[in-house]
Design a binder for this molecule. Sequence first.
Ligand code: ATP
Ligand code: MG
Length: 496
Amino acid sequence: MMILSNSIFLPNGMEAIQAEYKEFPLEEFNQNPLIQALPPLLDKATIIRKLMVKPIYNDEEKHAESIYRIHMINRLFQLYTPLPVHIDVWNMIHTLILQGYLARNPFDKNYKKYINDSGKEIINRSYEINSRQNFRTTSSCGTFIGFSGMGKTTTINRVLSDIPQVIIHNEYKGIHFNQIQLVWLKLEAPSNSSLKALCLQFFMKVDELLGTNNYKKYVSRNMSVDSMLPLISQVAHNIGLGLLVIDETQNIKKRGAEQIMNFFVYLINTGINLCLIGTPGAYDLFGKELRMTRRLTGNAEIIYNNMQYGNEFTLLLESVWKYQWTRNFVPYNEEFGKVIYEETQGISDLVIKLFVYSQQQAIENGKEELSIDLIKKVAKEKFRLLQPMLNAIRSGNPHKIAKYEDIRKIELEESDIRKSKELKKEEPVKKKKEDKVKATENIEEPKKKGKRKEYKEDDLRYLLQRGNEEEKSPYQVLLEKEFIEDTSKWIEVEGI
Ligand SMILES: Nc1ncnc2c1ncn2[C@@H]1O[C@H](COP(=O)(O)OP(=O)(O)OP(=O)(O)O)[C@@H](O)[C@H]1O
Ligand SMILES: [Mg+2]
């Protein structure tokens, strides 16, 4: 969190900052209190400085007893070295927040009307996504996808930690303006989580941060995801939410991929900016359609798979190399670089771990210095279970890599894997009613009109078709037919 002199405490004990309005060199920014209260944009050098984290280190520590030095080495897990891709992430996050607020100026008449109307519609339960008339969103979605262990979560946390999260407004340009602004909110999908759990997490995190009681007020346990969505959207507008970040999206239960897609598109279409983070497995959930919108609207997508052997990798490795707690310091040379690359295949997490474990081993075995043989030996022991995955990356063969979901290479264009997978897959479930939720101004899909298709009774598509005719949501249908569990039960068990 930024240390700012103008920080205040909310009644629930959380820290917030009092809005101070800056002048930006862009006129359109200077009409909007939600933008003017944000920190100024920074140049590259400052961004790097802000992102960087160096571990505590001093030469004297080399003389400490080995038992303590082994602990000191663990400080390397705190280290963070900004690489070029992280500047892109920084810029993506800031752009999403700024662009989102541009469309949502609390002093804009159309926007105010939209908020009022949609609030009433929720109360009357007549909320329809297509009912917006005067409000055009500029909201969009950023995606940050990469192999497990590349540092996505760490990077997002570094970037967000420099943006004030809660800002309090009282007066703007001499006008009374009472508003809480939640600049960003980060949710995390726990393993095998449902959309419902994610919705509940949203309400609970907002309440925790702002001391509100949305959860108690609006959310009941047997509420469906479909009915929670408009509420999320309304709450997000009320608290001036700038960006909703959802990490580990690949963990969302895959059974309802279509519903998940609808969920995201709905949020985007109601003016909430999203940043979705995950491993390549997440593409099964939202890949295709979001990428389609991206092409049309210029949404941002950052792909960060394993590093190649080259500048980026060497920069990371050299940035850690100076932190040696072994008695003898061994200078970096290319041979080390090559061996460490070979053993880690440019996965950041493994690079750091290999360097840490090798030093610890060197201290434990009394040799007190790093060597090629030692590094190879440690990699062999510690990464034994990872070998099939690392071999797949080494082979560069997309079919082999595809077997390990999290390290699947994403090709920017349709890859071989996708094509062959699609050939195997059945035609995806057609949808009609849910198209309303999914309806987007951005995606112009050819209308799939036509005759009612005949499916067998146990076919999922038959059930969805029937549900559609009976005006049931796909969620309801799947629940009734026991294709999915009742998430409210699941939530109770999980104690959420
Ligand atoms: N730029 C970096 N500088 C230093 N260490 C890094 C960097 N990036 C990643 N790491 C190391 O990699 C570890 C794993 O990173 P992180 O958990 O953020 O990866 P992830 O991409 O979110 O993985 P997953 O997809 O499994 O959640 C970090 O704990 C850190 O030790
Ligand atoms: Mg992560």
